[in-house]
Design a protein around this ligand. Structure first.
Ligand code: SF4
Length: 712
């Protein structure tokens, strides 16, 4: 453990790995007690910033509800068991299903914490790879799958994603993102509020496009409401306006870009007037934004959750890449740039650049995307009878009952399984269906290096975090657990487990072989990082195309075939669109709060107490029309479900749109999280629809779901 001893207390530095911002923390401990957690002013990246969730680390560490021993179900009751028995039970249960029904009969779901946890990143495949199933699912397809797919198709690697150069841009156009609450997503940006202020102080502008006046919209120079799910139309109109004004300037990218004219031809006809009819932003405003963007010396367009988790998520991500490209802002300082992380996973042995359509799902014949199927398909693959039906599941640090669409259906599906293993810290809404739960050490009990989110940072940096607290007795680190599972399962298969090295050794190798490693003047190594527990700044993002492009041609592919086909279909739909008639339905969107992190942090009283945050936001005009007032209960109904939720009347939401945060709904029987159950809320994913997905990638479209609302 890294510590400075002072009068009985120890001071530790580490990165918080709860969210993508990876803020530096200073944690003071006295013996087994955590005395304080504060932001690390010396961290060159986060510069002292933290959010309230950092204090939740203490709550997770001390949480009496957290599992500290493996448990298995005996006659419907949870009983603690030994590691030996738990691992044998898990492997034998899975092995029997695989032997009887084949390897496709096992499904795997990996939740969002997998990418926040380096032990899982480096070692989960040792075990999961032995289950040679194509039924792989993850949180990616309820989040950023469209963006990764564009990275793969346009630049040659699913992780090669241009990041907004927020510290140098003059004009930041942001769609469907709320970094003040989320602290950045696929834009690792601790301290985003200060960076936005700095942008404005140097004369720059932030323009937010969102159906909700978010915390980020509140600090923007301009905010425009947009009808959920129509961002692609808005973006097509921006591009066409710029083309029509002859304001394009590819600059040096022109000589290594292919298919741009085909891409532009496919969206021709979507003028500002056409887009305005569906998106609700006036044609004049669309034209003004387009020309301001094109004329800004340095501009960047960026969109996150709201633009990925919708029916045209891939088209949105594609259009944003094109907008940056045609205005000379791709791979340009102040525009969108790719990073050069210290451990370069993109060039690591065995890395996977991406794939699409290599196989199809059993039930709906839906395409494989990046080695997985969209999570929206999981329940039907479990519930639909026939050869290849999923009979057993392994969930790793995930709670898809609350975090994937049509959670009630998945809840029933998981209950019908022959066998289930969960690797999780809690008995939650998903793991309660398991036969055996394998917990790992808590977030402060193991060391960490952020292998993933440094790939998406607004600066290049590196930081190693030693374990802060001793591991609680009897717990395994996740990488140790996966090695034990791999050894046990290999023995059943009659194969030898692959050689495996501890994460620290893998990290040291990655650092030394990386761009700032032994061959460079920086000379990064694990030893050097350990000597700088506050982190090491590796400089701003720099233009790096075409050298950094990961496809063989080293050419930007502006017109991926599948995307162009989808764009033409959407354009035809838009050109036929008639002005919307008054509708009895409202459009449901999500929302994020700084004290929430999906479903994970709701067992921390300090984070959930106070005013109920699980409320339905509704515009005053809609509330009046429906006879609803502040605090009333409303019944909200979609194609798949119905729930009752308190109403919050606010003009912070667009008329015709309602908003409910996700990750709540802890009142299901058998959940062993006392705080979360007491502050249960309702699950937005009991309303979101497993059939409502991004047309190209199959990513869940959890925004723009049609619902009816009534007093209830
Ligand atoms: S923003 Fe909050 S949760 Fe995210 S890394 Fe920083 S302190 Fe942790």
């Amino acid at each position: 453990m890294s510590e400075l001893q002072t009068q009985g207390t120890a001071v530790h530095r580490r990165a918080c790995h709860l969210c993508e911002a990876i803020c530096g923390l200073v944690i003071e401990t006295r013996g087994a007690e955590i005395v304080s957690i504060r932001g690390d002013e010396q961290d060159p990246f986060s510069r002292g910033h933290i959010c309230p969730k950092a204090l939740g680390l203490k709550d997770i560490h001390e949480d009496p509800d957290r599992l500290r021993k493996p448990v298995k179900k005996v006659d419907g009751q949870w009983v603690e068991t030994s590691w030996e028995d738990a691992i044998e039970t898990a492997c034998e249960g899975l092995f029997q299903v695989q032997k009887t029904h084949g390897s496709q009969a096992i499904g795997v779901y990996q939740g969002n914490p997998n990418v926040h946890n380096w032990g899982l990143m480096t070692h989960a495949a040792n075990f999961l790879g032995l289950i040679k199933t194509k039924n792989r699912f993850s949180a990616t397809s309820v989040d950023q799958l469209p963006l990764q797919l564009m990275g793969y198709w346009m630049y040659g690697h699913q992780l090669l994603i241009p990041i907004p150069d927020i510290d140098h841009t003059d004009y930041f156009l942001m769609l469907g993102a709320n970094p003040i609450a989320s602290n950045g997503s696929l834009m690792t940006v601790p301290d985003v509020a200060k960076r936005i202020k700095a942008l404005q102080a140097r004369g720059g502008k932030l323009i937010v496009i969102d159906p909700r006046r978010t915390e980020t919209a509140d600090v923007a120079d301009h905010h425009h409401f947009i009808q959920p799910g129509t961002d692609a139309a808005f973006l097509f109109a921006l591009i066409n306006t710029i083309v029509e004004a002859k304001a394009t300037r590819l600059g040096r990218l022109e000589e290594f870009t292919q298919g741009l004219q085909e891409a532009l031809d496919s969206i021709a006809g979507i003028t500002a007037e056409v887009a305005s009819k569906v998106c609700g932003i006036s044609a004049d405003q669309i034209r003004a934004i387009a020309l301001d963007f094109a004329r800004a010396e340095k501009a960047v367009c960026y969109g996150r959750m709201g633009t990925c988790t919708q029916r045209h998520g891939t088209l949105c991500q594609w259009a944003m890449q094109l907008l940056n490209l045609i205005t000379g802002n791709l791979d340009s300082v102040g525009g969108a740039l790719v990073t050069q992380p210290a451990v370069d996973l993109l060039n690591a042995p065995g890395n996977k650049p991406g794939s699409y359509g290599r196989w199809a799902s059993r039930v709906g014949q839906k395409s494989e995307v990046l080695g997985e199927f969209p999570s929206s398909l999981m329940a039907e693959e479990i519930l639909t009878e026939g050869e290849g039906k999923i009979q057993a599941m392994v969930t790793v640090a995930g709670n898809p009952v609350l975090s994937t669409p049509n959670g009630q259906k998945l809840d029933q599906a998981l209950e019908s399984l022959k066998f289930m293993v969960s690797i999780d810290l809690y008995i939650n809404e998903t793991s309660r269906h398991a036969d055996v739960i394998l917990p790992t050490s808590g977030p402060l009990e193991h060391d960490h290096y952020d292998l993933i989110f440094n790939i998406f940072g607004v600066r290049n940096q590196a930081k190693y975090s030693a374990a802060t607290m001793p591991r609680q007795e009897g717990l395994l680190h996740d990488w140790e657990l996966f090695n034990k599972l791999a050894a046990c399962y290999s023995a059943k298969l009659g194969t030898a487990p692959k050689p495996s090295f501890p994460p620290q050794m893998v990290l040291d190798m990655g650092l030394q072989m990386g761009p700032y490693g032994a061959q460079s003047t920086v000379g990064l190594s694990l030893e050097k990082l350990k000597a700088h527990p506050e982190g090491i700044d590796l400089g701003p993002l720099k233009p790096s195309f075409p050298a950094r492009l990961m496809n063989e041609s080293k050419i930007i592919q502006a017109a991926p075939e599948v995307v162009v086909t989808a764009a033409k279909a959407y354009v035809a739909e838009l050109l036929q669109a008639v002005p919307p008639m008054p509708s009895p339905t409202l459009s449901l969107i999500g929302r994020r709060h700084v004290r929430s992190n999906n479903s994970w942090m709701h067992n921390s009283l300090r984070l959930v107490k106070g005013k109920n945050r699980c409320t339905l936001w509704i515009h005053p005009a809609d509330a009046q029309a429906l006879g609803l007032k502040e605090g009333d209960s409303a019944q909200v109904q979609s194609r798949v479900g119905r729930l009752t939720v308190p109403v919050e009347v606010t003009d912070g939401i667009m008329p015709g749109v309602v908003s409910l945060p996700h990750g709540w709904g802890h009142a299901r029987a058998g959940v062993k999280q006392r705080v979360a159950v007491e502050h249960a809320g309702v699950s937005a994913n009991d309303l979101t629809d497993d059939l409502y997905v991004d047309v190209v990638s199959g990513n869940a479209a959890v925004n723009g779901v049609s619902v009816t609302v009534s007093k209830g």
